[in-house]
Design a binder for this molecule. Structure first.
Ligand code: NDP
Ligand code: GDR
Length: 378
């Protein structure tokens, strides 16, 4: 079987010449990140550049600007020539992935690219399956096609959405999966194909099962950022009301900067393993709302109108939060609470930012941004 695998790799090895041993190869520190333009991609890039890595990222062609989270790093280019490079590509395009891997010859690959919105995945189920599920396979196979499966370390962005329906809490590496969305199901494929390539081909490939992590760079349609941004706008009189879905869903929310360090640590071990990264605390969406407004000196009180629940400003009586069923999901994940004991024990990983500090940082950043924002800019 292994002879066959080497045959597949032969054409690229021939072009490149004989490969050094995996130990020699890894002396170079070259990272390739899919999803580099996203929240985690930007923090991971900062982290790896600080560690002296050469960082390559895959970006999608877009009609509007999609590299705003990387802008500050691009500016630094003059100080760090040849340390940071972007390549056009897509997880749905195998040929392109093979080409990028052959060109970059990375030592570490972080697969962060995904259609990452759970609600959207119900509307774009096939696309989500293609990019989040098969996209993982395409990237793993691109590494094999280039004959680099024994040389490259691979990180897969797995998720607490794999747990879905509550089977047990807290959720750990041994908790059975029960995904509740096309996104979760697609990521389940990504999880197992990562395990399978580790077992079948001896690849150093591992899953980080990350619970929700947020930051001022979080996409605006995820609930925390939607809340922090609306709270800031409402406090400045730029918006009157925040419309949300399920206020009672509970999440284990940490800070993205802490979590990217955990991703890197997973690739620095002797042997590849899967790890949960979480805070070990859970909070309802409702609490995120209350704490966000509290940062701005506004106390939210709740009342039931008979048909729905609404939140009002305790001082002015104005309704500032309403429930809109459009934001409900066909199937909901009610409770996520992670157990990060294994990561603590084997990686020495611990979250640094607690819930209250996370809320404060996000709201204060949005308040500053709201003061200077010009609407309808691309
Ligand atoms: P974002 O949504 O902020 O970023 C997603 C990234 O994937 C973007 O760079 C996006 O590009 C890119 N992307 C989307 N579709 C494709 C495609 N077809 N081909 C290549 N790239 C694509 O996600 P996060 O940074 O929050 O999350 C990073 C990863 O971690 C994702 O895989 C997510 O599913 C997973 N995850 C996230 C958690 C979280 O709480 N943040 C928790 C657990 C897992 P573009 O900018 O062009 O849209
Ligand atoms: P999630 O994050 O689905 O956990 O996936 P999101 O912030 O979208 O939802 C969290 C919870 O809040 C409820 N909710 C709302 N959500 C959104 N987006 N908008 C609303 O108006 C709203 N009102 C209530 C949701 O129903 C849900 O229960 C995120 C993504 O980053 C995934 O990619 C990642 O894998 C998981 O976190 C871990």
């Amino acid at each position: 079987m292994s002879a066959q695998i080497e045959d597949v790799a032969a054409p690229f090895s021939a072009i490149r010449g004989a490969l050094p041993t995996p130990e020699e190869y890894r002396k170079r520190k070259v990272a390739l990140i899919s999803g580099i333009t996203g929240q985690d991609g930007s923090y991971l890039t900062e982290f790896l550049l600080e560690k002296g890595y050469e960082v390559h990222g895959i970006i999608r062609r877009s009609s509007s600007f999609n590299t705003s989270r990387l802008h500050h790093l691009y500016e630094d280019q003059h100080e760090r020539p040849n340390k940071f490079k972007l390549h056009y590509g897509d997880l749905s395009d195998s040929t392109n992935l093979v080409y990028i891997i052959a060109q970059v010859q990375p030592t570490e690959v972080y697969n962060l690219g995904a259609q990452s919105h759970v609600k959207v995945s119900f509307e774009m189920a096939e696309y989500t399956g293609d990019v989040d599920g098969l996209g993982t396979l395409r990237l793993l196979d691109a590494i094999r096609t280039c004959g680099l499966e024994k040389h490259v370390r691979f990180y897969q962005a797995s998720t607490s959405e794999l747990y879905g329906k509550v089977v047990e809490t807290p959720q750990s590496e041994t908790t059975p999966f029960y995904p509740r969305s096309p996104y979760g199901v697609a990521k389940l494929y990504g999880f197992w194909i990562t395990v399978n390539y580790r077992e079948a081909y001896g690849m150093y490939s591992c899953n980080g099962i990350l619970f929700n992590h947020e930051s001022p760079r979080r996409g605006r349609t995820f609930v925390t950022r939607k809340i922090s941004r609306a709270a800031a706008d409402i406090s400045l009189g730029k918006q009157s009301c925040l419309y949300l879905g399920n206020l009672d869903a509970k999440r284990d929310w940490g800070h993205a900067r802490d979590y990217v360090e955990g991703m890197w640590l997973m690739l620095q071990q002797e042997a590849p393993e899967d790890f949960v990264l979480a805070t070990g605390e859970t909070h309802p969406v409702r609490e995120f709302v209350e704490k966000s407004f509290a940062v701005l000196g506004i106390t939210v009180k709740w009342r039931n109108t008979g048909t729905e629940e609404e939140g009002y400003d305790a001082k002015t009586g104005k309704v500032i939060v309403r429930v809109d069923p459009r934001y409900f999901r066909p199937a909901e994940v009610e409770l996520l609470l992670g157990d990060p004991t294994k990561a603590d024990r084997l990686l020495g990983w611990k979250r640094k930012v607690d819930f209250d500090s996370l809320v404060k940082e996000m709201v204060e950043a949005d308040l500053e941004a709201s003061k200077t924002r010009i609407e309808n800019q691309n």
